[in-house]
Design a binder for this molecule. Structure first.
Ligand code: PLP
Length: 406
């Protein structure tokens, strides 16, 4: 039985007030709140178990290394990767996708080679590919979404041609909540020798992920959206792809031997993790994944499905509000605009006065905003701890905003 009140009690920040009102935190798509177990783990790591990892021959360094390296298996389980060596730690999806761009793509792609993207990608899954367009003449091929915000996987597959080398798609849109059939896209890519890169930043928060079932080459997740610390993240990178990758950043930890004349690399995945890593952040991410798993990813998904349906029906009742994206099976992310001249920033300021935290702006999705012909939207994005009552508070606050601007 999913006990949302018990879950809420695990997140200390949820009992605070903002502007004299109980906090209704609906900005989870930007970053999620942290349960006490994660906060305690960070405290424990710094107060009792801290040292640098991989290089010490003393008790604390060994302990920190054990805890830090232990997270690799947790991530591998969370994503159902075949082995923990296929998990590369990083600071989040932005770093992960830049690693793929520099380490896998840059040495192989030539002028005229193509990368397929959809118009609803986050800038983290656009800009690293623009670098290749700018520097190497790689062609970016854009696939449009349908009017309801869904993505037809066949359109992505149809865009694959003889010069296509990569397909880089989000598993869930951070603006529309659209869930993409990344398994169909990855399978078609694999058949054609095209590498698939999946941005799992949003999807991995809301339901189970199985990278073996998806069959992709790369899958990135980001710790701070998964109820873990900011500055933590991980990427599944298929072993064959890792073998083809040269290191991106150089420094300590990623080498086997350095002389005046030569350098040899450590084995993957360490080869891609230069310098002192986010030790405590990564340990905290591991605890966050344990926390999610203890509640159950299917249970979280079911709770959020109920919230999505409820929020959709309440928002549909406001005939002066337009929800962007109504793809079947969409996740608990709602971007909307209000009729009239009110800017999304003004709406969010009014919501904030009522204790409701949403995001307003372009959500790092310039091409999507262009496609939707919008300057900005407000976005309410839900998490495992949100409730129907909070949807009601959002609706009341929106009615107030509408009255003020009508
Ligand atoms: N991709 C998507 C879909 C996102 O929503 C985000 C974060 O907003 C990112 C990538 C970037 O993640 P990070 O800033 O943690 O690197």
């Amino acid at each position: 039985m999913y006990d949302v009140n018990a879950i809420r009690a695990d997140f200390p920040i949820l009992s605070r007030e903002v502007n004299g009102k109980p906090l209704v935190y609906l900005d989870n798509g930007a970053s999620a709140q942290k349960p006490q177990v994660v906060i305690d783990a960070i405290n424990q790591a710094y107060s009792q178990e801290y040292a640098n990892v991989h290089r010490g021959l003393h008790y604390l360094s060994n302990l920190a290394t054990e805890k830090y390296e232990g997270v690799r298996a947790k991530v591998a389980n969370f994503l159902n990767a075949g082995s923990e060596e296929e998990i590369i730690f990083n600071t989040g999806t932005t770093e992960a996708l830049n690693l793929v761009s520099y380490a896998w793509a840059a040495p192989r792609l030539e002028a005229g080679d193509e990368i397929i993207l959809t118009v609803m990608e986050h800038h983290a899954n656009i800009v690293p590919w623009h670098f290749l367009r700018e520097r190497q003449g790689v062609v970016l091929k854009w696939v449009d979404i349908e009017p309801d915000g869904s993505l037809d996987p066949q359109k992505v597959i149809d865009a694959m041609g003889p010069r296509t080398k990569m397909v880089c798609v989000t598993h869930m849109s951070n603006v529309l909540g659209t869930v993409v059939d990344v398994a169909a896209i990855s399978a078609a890519a694999r058949e054609r020798g095209i590498v698939s890169v999946i941005d799992g930043s949003q999807a991995a928060v809301h339901g189970p992920v199985d990278v073996q079932q998806i069959g992709c080459d790369f899958y990135a997740i980001t710790g701070h959206k998964l109820y873990g610390p900011s500055g933590s993240g991980a990427m599944y990178a298929r072993a064959e792809r890792q073998a083809e990758m040269r290191p991106f950043m150089g420094g300590g930890d990623m080498i086997r031997e350095v002389t005046k004349d030569n350098v040899t690399w450590a084995d993957a995945p360490m080869k891609f993790e230069a310098g002192t890593p986010g030790i405590v952040q990564t340990i905290g991410m591991g605890v966050a994944l344990d926390y999610m798993t203890s509640i159950g990813m299917e249970a979280i998904a079911a709770h959020e499905r109920d919230l999505t349906q409820y929020a959709q029906s309440r928002l549909d009742g406001l005939n002066w509000l337009q929800v962007q994206g109504k793809a079947p099976g969409k996740g608990a992310i709602f971007s909307f605009t209000l009729d009239g001249a009110a800017h999304a920033h003004d709406i969010s300021t009014i919501l904030d006065k009522k204790g409701v935290a949403v995001r307003a702006g372009q959500h790092c999705t310039g091409p999507l905003m262009q496609h939707l012909e919008l300057n900005a939207t407000c976005r309410a994005s839900f998490a495992m701890y949100n409730t129907r009552d909070e949807v009601d508070v959002l609706i009341e606050a929106l009615e107030l905003a509408h009255d003020l601007f009508a």
